[in-house]
Design a protein around this ligand. Structure first.
Ligand SMILES: [Zn+2]
Length: 436
């Protein structure tokens, strides 16, 4: 058996969920046999043609010709205000459902998605596993360190338990954890012997950190799959060292599904057959190849409430270089977090969130931290200390923060027992609270 063939267990799973997965198999088949660029163009053409006939919001802009750049940028505010108009008048998929995304602003946005969207997103993820990681997502055993309270709320139902068994997955709830839980999870991973370990970037980092603290050797998987949070360099380093395995970073979102995934050469390839990507300047104009800009995403499969030219709030640059890994998919580089991750200066300039996270590298007494910009001249640092506070480090960090934020910037330190996560269970290292 090839390592990405569906196991008998997973075939049973697909059979049980056949109403939802009727498109999944078709998508898998198309992905395996068609050039991604051809698929991407075909899907975009079909979507634009559909919305010009069956969607009040988009049809307005497409009366002359069916070009993507005739459409306005879709923001979370527009989704909230035009929720009804954005829903298509005709449904092509068997079922639709509500999904919501909080993001770092804490204001959730609700979308309607359909089974066509869901099938394509899952099939694209499967494609990523097969083509880039050399194994089917459910063909081997995996452990998932997952932190979303919403996803985990159903975990104790027998349906979910059977589903996880059939999918070869062990889920471990990392929403709220102390060292004691992590130590237990380390043992559970060891006895489960997964082929790969997957999880929120922050959860993988925390378990690696506990392993270092207690000098425990972690079970070595074939690879580690990081998702749902920005994987910072220092996190990657710690995770790779402790698991003694390579980390693959996956980029997706609740709004548009699978976006991009990292290859063996460490570059992120864009799944253009699932989402079309544009990189635009602040003036909504396309930037040159290789230049940084806002990432604008068009999901190609959600016909129920199409997300076309959606401003996801991340920034990055596209490269059409041929990658040494052999994949023809374009590459997204310098992917950075939500725009709210950046701090704002009075003159309108932004300070990159990573400037602040870098200040906390190699401060061993810091267990967890979050840096929030309360106002233009007020920064609040919350720290969960692991040992005695090092006042020299504190002074050093204060100096560095005032260098970029201004010499009068107040730096407030809070020592806390835990730092709150977003309702989706994501941990944010930096938060800009101005105008939230
Ligand atoms: Zn590559």
């Amino acid at each position: 058996m090839r390592r990405y063939d569906h196991t008998l267990k997973f075939q049973v799973y697909l059979f049980l969920k056949r109403r939802y997965y009727q498109n999944y198999r078709n998508a898998i088949c198309k992905l395996a046999n068609t050039d991604p660029l051809v698929l991407s163009r075909e899907h975009l053409r079909q979507l634009l043609s559909f919305v010009s006939a069956h969607n009040k919001y988009y049809a307005l802009y497409l009366c002359k010709n069916h070009e993507l750049n005739n459409l306005p940028i879709l923001t979370k505010d527009i989704i909230r205000r035009q929720f009804k108009e954005l829903q298509s008048t005709k449904q092509i998929a068997a079922t639709t459902y509500k999904n919501s995304s909080g993001g770092s602003t804490g204001k959730p946005v609700t979308m309607i998605q359909d089974t066509n969207y869901n099938s394509w997103s899952e099939a694209t993820q499967e494609y990523y596993f097969r083509e880039f990681l050399g194994v089917g997502k459910n063909a081997v055993k995996s452990v998932w360190l997952w932190g979303s309270e919403r996803d985990l709320s159903k975990i104790n139902s027998w349906r979910t338990k059977v589903g996880l068994y059939l999918q070869n997955q062990l889920f471990l709830n990392t929403f709220e954890t102390s060292d004691q839980y992590w130590l237990e999870y380390i043992e559970r991973i060891r006895s489960y012997r997964p082929y790969y370990v997957a999880g929120y970037a922050g959860s993988l980092y925390q378990i690696a950190r506990v392993a270092r603290k207690y000098n425990i050797c972690l079970y070595k998987p074939k690879f580690v799959y990081s998702a749902a949070e920005m994987l910072r360099d220092f996190m990657r380093k710690e995770i790779e060292e402790q698991f003694n395995a390579k980390v693959y970073d996956y980029y997706g979102s609740r709004e548009v599904g699978a976006i991009a995934g990292e290859c063996s050469a460490g570059r992120r390839h864009v799944f253009i057959m699932n989402n079309a990507i544009e990189i635009l300047s602040d003036a909504d104009r396309p930037v040159n190849d290789g230049e940084d800009g806002r990432i604008i995403i068009t999901n190609l499969h959600n016909y129920a409430m199409p997300m076309i030219r959606y401003d996801i709030g991340d920034t990055g640059a596209m490269s059409f270089d041929r990658c040494v890994c052999g994949s023809s998919l374009p590459i997204i580089e310098r992917l950075t977090g939500r725009v709210t991750d950046h701090f704002r200066l009075k003159d309108g300039n932004l300070v990159h969130g990573e400037f602040f996270t870098h200040l906390f590298y190699f401060r061993d007494w810091v267990k967890q931290f979050q840096i929030a910009q309360i106002d233009y001249d007020h920064v609040r640092i919350s720290v969960v200390p692991d040992s005695k506070v090092d006042e020299r480090d504190v002074a050093d960090i204060n100096v560095n923060i005032r260098t970029v934020m201004g010499k009068d910037c107040a730096v407030e330190w809070l020592y806390v027992d835990q730092i709150e996560k977003t309702p989706q269970g994501k941990f944010l290292f930096t938060r800009c609270l101005i105008d939230e």
